[in-house]
Design a protein around this ligand. Structure first.
Ligand SMILES: CC(C)=CCC/C(C)=C/CC/C(C)=C/COP(=O)(O)OP(=O)(O)O
Length: 318
């Protein structure tokens, strides 16, 4: 049976059962519907896993406020529904076997929004982060280690402390990794990594022979080093990236039809497949997720070849 006809049979059964549920308000029908949907999803994932699977998917959750406006909801409601979409996407990723997921939850630029909106987003963030620590949370169910990624000093103390508690509480989970980018922009990440790399090198330097213009001959970590050799290599900067906790993403999904990265994972996305469905973030569903995976599989050999070329450059010491 093709996955198209599976979906067709699935949606007919879905409509039938929803009709039955509305008629008899029967919770048994809901249970059957949920099990059926879950069975079909797992069946489709089985088929997909015969092809190459992404190791890392990143999400830009665009369109939460527009969703609230579209449905005449109160301010902030779009972000709350948006969190439900986060949970579904995480579930799909982990069921399919994607080991790394990253979400862009709050950029440094988002601090420029009205104080009321920033406050309400921070409260939502704190509530959801505290939820992650609970035993029955999605991250504990799937054995996911959580990292908060970004300039965490910019967060209010209660949110920062909640983030630190969640990182500690999930530190022993080892099946997958969830990176939550907060107070994050790529440019800030790169500047910070360069600064830390320079500081690290600086602390290891002993000058042996000063030359007129440059630094001449130095000892770096006990090894002689001449100024003609680069002092800071790509690998040094990579080591200090906030996102060093995960491999580079294979797919970035940005909702609301925008095909821009908006200062998200710029360093890490050189050979990444970008998928931008036109739906708003709270509307994202299984079909968009499946389409992203299928397109990734279609482009896989080209992206893989390019990624391998970059790895060779890194190994050659650039
Ligand atoms: C702990 C955790 C993972 C929490 C996540 C909560 C969540 C859904 C945050 C979304 C934040 C955000 C600024 C989304 C962009 O939509 P937008 O507000 O820019 O909407 P617009 O594009 O319609 O203006």
């Amino acid at each position: 049976m093709s996955s198209g006809s599976t979906l067709g049979v699935g949606s007919a059964l879905h409509s039938f059962l929803v009709f039955q549920m509305e008629k008899s308000n029967c919770s048994r029908a809901r249970q059957i519907l949920d099990s059926l949907v879950s069975f079909l999803r797992k069946f489709i994932f089985r088929i997909l896993s015969m092809g190459p699977l992404p190791n890392h998917i990143a999400f830009i959750m665009d369109g939460n406020r527009r969703y609230a406006k579209k449905l005449n909801l109160i301010d902030g409601a779009g972000h709350k529904v948006g969190f439900l979409a986060v949970t579904s996407m995480l579930k799909f990723c982990y069921e399919l076997g994607v080991r790394n997921v990253t979400i862009y939850a709050f950029s440094i630029d988002n601090f420029k929004r009205s104080p009321e909106e920033v406050q309400s987003l921070m409260e939502l963030m704190q509530e959801k982060i505290e939820g992650l620590i609970k035993d029955e949370s999605i991250v504990n169910c799937y054995g996911v280690r959580v990292y908060f990624v970004g300039n965490l000093k910019l967060l209010s103390e209660p949110v920062r402390l909640a983030a630190e508690r969640a990182m500690l509480a999930t530190a022993k989970n080892s099946k997958a990794v969830l990176s939550i980018c907060v107070a994050y922009t790529s440019t800030n990440e790169i500047v910070n990594a360069v600064e830390e790399s320079v500081e690290e090198k600086w602390n290891q330097i002993t000058v042996l022979e000063a030359s007129g213009a440059g630094y001449g001959l130095i000892k770096l970590g006990g090894i002689e080093h001449h100024e003609s050799e680069p002092l800071i290599k790509l690998v040094d900067i990579e080591k200090h990236m906030y996102m060093a906790v995960a491999p580079d993403p294979d797919i970035i999904i940005r909702t609301s039809g925008e095909a821009r990265l908006s200062n998200f994972l710029l360093w890490q996305s050189a050979f990444c497949y970008l998928y931008s469905p036109s739906v708003l973030w709270p509307e994202i569903g299984l079909r968009h997720f499946l389409w992203a995976i299928l397109n990734f599989q279609r482009h896989h050999s080209y992206l893989n070849k390019k990624g391998e070329q970059l790895q060779h450059l890194l190994q050659d010491g650039f």
